[in-house]
Design a protein around this ligand. Structure first.
Ligand code: NAD
Length: 255
């Protein structure tokens, strides 16, 4: 059963909307009636995604955006508001993985890269979205953390550090904006079958059988299951939910 939402006359901005859970969330917002801004650094992917949605009768635009570049993020939010007049919901989802590494050997370059996208990207997005939402006095933001924002994993210190950071940003900004009409939360996906994870299975960065064995539900998640949590967090159904870091992980972090 899929709950249905009515986001008609509302505007959603999704980063990393060209693939995986960002794409599924953009589709879900569009199907629920929102005007959607699909932002991604991958121009071909985000244009194709937006065109496919518009062919299906939805109202979307594609914006090429590198979340690691604050100027690009500011321009994306400006474009969203110029096009649709407001910004009601944002899913700050764009993120990358880096190779597994012994913490004693990891290159500075990888630490910098994963934080520039996964943490500084969320910081920049939230900052510029909040300027618009502060002026409106309303909005809902969902930041993409991970089960890696709640627990550690050997070999993944820098990725997990970036995702723990997302929860710190989320909770602190949520407290500041709770009395001002803007709700800010995070989702913490478990292993979700997206191009990112499929690539990790393929290159040996993630052992499929082991990942399945340590997921209590005994299966991986689908991008639509993250979209579903994001839409709920942005909906009036979550009107008293603020500063949450919601695991959507088949039970992984409950163990
Ligand atoms: P994905 O690789 O399928 O999609 C990520 C998208 O982000 C791509 O379209 C990519 O082009 C875009 N992107 C990358 N860097 C960008 C940048 N600098 N600026 C703008 N866009 C950029 O990945 P996914 O699995 O859908 O992951 C989405 C988010 O979920 C990421 O933040 C990831 O860390 C997080 N996550 C994924 C899983 C999982 O199991 N798939 C689990 C936990 C958290």
């Amino acid at each position: 059963m899929n709950p249905t939402y009515n986001f008609r006359d509302q505007v959603a901005l999704i980063t990393g909307a060209g693939s995986g859970m960002g794409l599924a969330t953009a589709q879900a917002f569009a199907e629920a009636g929102a005007a959607v801004v699909l932002a991604d650094v991958d121009e071909a992917a985000v244009r194709a995604a937006s065109e496919a949605l518009n062919e299906g009768g939805h109202n979307t635009i594609a914006v090429v955006c590198d979340v690691a570049d604050e100027t690009s993020v500011a321009a994306t939010v400006e474009r969203a508001v110029a096009e649709f007049g407001r910004l009601d919901m944002a899913f700050n989802n764009a993120g990358i993985q880096i190779p597994l590494s012994d913490a004693a050997d990891e290159e500075l370059e990888y630490f910098e890269k994963v934080h520039a996208v996964n943490l500084r990207g969320v910081w920049a997005c939230m900052k510029h979205e909040l300027r618009q939402m502060r002026a409106q006095g309303s909005g809902a933001i969902v930041n993409c953390s991970s089960l890696g924002g709640l627990v550690g994993a050997a070999g993944r210190a820098s990725y997990h550090s970036s995702k723990f950071g997302v929860i710190g940003l989320t909770q602190s900004a949520a407290l500041q904006y709770a009395p001002r009409g803007v709700r800010i939360n995070a989702v913490c996906p478990g292993t979700i079958v997206t191009p990112m994870v499929t690539a990790m299975f393929g290159n040996g960065e993630l052992d499929r059988e082991r990942a399945l064995a340590i997921t209590p539900m005994g299966r991986f998640g689908k991008p639509e299951e993250i979209a579903s949590a994001v839409l709920w967090l942005c909906s009036p159904g979550a009107s008293f939910v603020v500063g949450a870091a919601l695991p959507v992980d088949g039970g992984y972090v409950a163990q």
